[in-house]
Every structure is written in C-alpha cells, then in structure tokens.
Design a protein around this ligand. Structure first.
Ligand SMILES: Nc1ncnc2c1ncn2[C@@H]1O[C@H](COP(=O)(O)OP(=O)(O)OP(=O)(O)O)[C@@H](O)[C@H]1O
Ligand SMILES: [Mg+2]
Length: 321
C-alpha cells in the first residue's frame, strides 16, 4: 500500500480551557477525496489548520505524506495547498491578476504564468470575468477563483474547508465538478463539510467529527450500515392517531420511532442484524391496519447519510419510543 496522505495520532489542540480537537486519529489514503464531516464547532477547521502547519498541535502527532507537520513543516508545505473557509483573494485585483500574482510567487515566469492563468480561467468558467476586479464577483465566482489559485501548483494534497458553504445549487455543482477533475489528476483532497450530500457525492471515506473527537469513520456504506438496516417512513391520514401509530410501530418493529416535523409523519429506525426489513415492514403495515389506523403512505428506505449524522451526533429529532 502506498503511504497515506495524512496520518494523525491522538491529535490535540487546546485553547484556554477548551479542547476543540481532543485526540483525533485519522488516516487519509492518497489519491482519494476524504470527507471530514461535522456540525459547527466540531473542530474541522482546527484539524485542517494543524495539518496545513498553520497552528501547532498541543498533543499527539500528524504526518502529511510521512512528514511531521511540526518538525518537517517546510516539507509538508511544499506538498499541500489550502483553500480556507474564508476567501483570501485580493479584492482590488482582477481575477487574472490574482492568478498571475500567485503564479509569479510560485516561480512561474512571464508567458508561462500568463498561459497557465488563462487556462485555469477558461476551465473555471471565468474567462469573461477575468478582467474585472474581484470585488465585483459573486460568491460562486470567488470560490472558483479561490480553487483555481490553489491548484496553480498542482498540490499533492489539497485542503478544501467548506468549499460550497453559502453557494447556490448551480455554483455548488460547478465546484463539485472541479473537485472531481482535481482528483482525477491524482491530487488527494481533504474536504470538510457540513453537507451530507456533498460528502456523499465526493468522498470515498468519511470521518464524522463531533466535539473534537472522531465518532465514526468508514466508507459511506459502512457508516450507513452502522446505524441500522434502514427506516420505515409512514404518513397517516389523521394527526391524532400518531401516538397510537408510534406505539404499534415500536412494538412490531422493535424499533426506535421518531415524530417528524410534519404532524402526520413518523419514522421508525430498524435495528441492524434483525429480520429482513421487507418482512418487518409488511408485518408493521398489517398491525397498523389491525389497530384501525389509516395510512396514506408507507415506505422503506436505506438510511441516508443525513440519518447517520443525526444518529451519531445526537442532533436527532424527538424520540418517542
Ligand atoms: N484561535 C482560537 N481561539 C480560541 N478558540 C478557538 C480558536 N479557533 C477555534 N476555536 C474554537 O474551537 C472550536 C472548534 O472550532 P473549529 O473552527 O475548528 O470548528 P469547525 O468544525 O470548523 O466549525 P464550522 O463548521 O463552524 O466551521 C470552536 O469552539 C471554536 O470556538
Ligand atoms: Mg470551520
């Protein structure tokens, strides 16, 4: 197996009396997109900043392609690029000027710097806006320019810290396409996100971070399987039958039942390793009919990454049984 892009061991960061990163072990295989998923304040940015050598760990260790982020920081920096949560473009320069400026800092000379800048502007759909000052750009255009700047030097490891937060769906899709293209060129991407859909689309493995600790890690399939066999979603005709329906489902399925925000909807989470989910569902449907509860819709679904996240971080809906 080739050397991992990132390896951390009991990584810790302390600020005053808080521990935003509290013993994190991560292994990011090279050549993949790895998702670091977690709610606000989970410690994602702090982990990324330590890996990018911007802040020093207070405990444990971290290696990037085998190089220690503290003792061999310069070697780490040569192999990485970071797009922070907040953009770092020069507002008064045009898009093309921003790219050329960074290109020159990286040692690209004259015509080569111009060519590379033009190539990236075209690839990122910014050719038309190239001559305009960045302060006139929309959020989506800035994000694309940010990413273009960070791959001027084709890093081996790219940190993307919430690359699509605040973007509209179209710009988000655009950024996703860019990320896929970057990975196709053998760059490893460590992506932090609060969006399950983003992790689902892009990442091959995911670590879920909460309160500075990794609470789950694996492929998407493994994470989904870890929270059970799936969920039964039921819509009733009458909201006043919901608590009776909840009791019937809890009893026949041996499952945890949650009330959805919609007053006629409820969800039962099937435990893993039990009887066949389809057989259980038909039993539940029969029991509801037997109890005189009118059902408008009934469906059986695989757990979504959303449900995984809720189950793991405890930010779940109201549990009634
Ligand atoms: N320089 C700092 N000084 C003090 N506390 C900090 C500092 N940087 C981060 N923290 C705290 O560490 C915790 C984790 O922050 P971090 O930015 O890593 O979270 P995050 O997962 O990136 O959250 P978000 O999704 O909101 O970006 C927070 O409680 C934050 O207030
Ligand atoms: Mg953050």
């Amino acid at each position: 197996m080739s050397e991992p892009a990132v390896e951390t061991n009991a990584l810790v960061k302390v600020y005053g009396d808080t521990r935003p990163v509290d013993g994190v072990d991560l292994t990011v295989p090279a050549g993949t997109v790895y998702g670091l998923l977690g709610p606000n304040g989970a410690g994602k940015t702090t982990v990324v900043r330590m890996l990018a050598t911007l802040v020093r760990p207070d405990g444990g260790e971290a290696r990037v392609f085998g190089k220690d982020v503290v003792r061999e920081a310069a070697a780490v920096r040569r192999r990485i690029s970071l797009i922070g949560q907040y953009a770092s473009l020069d507002e008064d320069l045009t898009g093309a000027e921003n790219l050329r400026l960074v290109g020159r800092l990286l040692g690209h000379r004259g015509a080569a710097a111009r060519d590379r800048a033009d190539e990236l502007l075209a690839a990122f759909g910014l050719a038309e806006a190239a001559g305009r000052q960045v302060k006139s750009y929309s959020g989506g255009m800035r994000r694309r320019l940010d990413i273009a700047v960070s791959i001027l030097s084709t890093p081996e490891l790219l940190f993307l810290d919430e690359p699509t937060t605040g973007l509209d769906p179209r710009s988000r899709n655009h950024v996703w396409d860019i990320v896929k293209a970057i990975v196709a060129q053998n760059t490893t991407v460590l992506l932090t996100t609060q969006y399950l859909e983003e992790a689902d689309r892009l990442a091959s493995r995911i670590a879920v971070l909460d309160h500075g600790k990794v609470v789950a890690e694996g492929t998407k399939g493994e994470l989904k399987a870890s929270v059970g066999a799936g969920a039964v979603h039921v819509r009733l005709r009458a909201p006043d039958q919901r608590s009776a329906a909840g009791a019937v489902l809890a009893e026949t399925l041996g499952a945890e039942v949650e009330f959805d925000a919609d007053p006629v909807a409820l969800t039962a989470r099937l435990p893993g390793g039990g009887p066949d989910a389809a057989a259980l569902s038909s039993r539940a449907l029969a029991a509801l009919a037997g109890a005189g509860i009118a059902v408008d819709a009934f469906s059986l679904g695989q757990p979504s990454l959303d449900e995984v996240f809720l189950a793991l971080t405890g930010r779940a809906r109201e549990v009634v049984a």
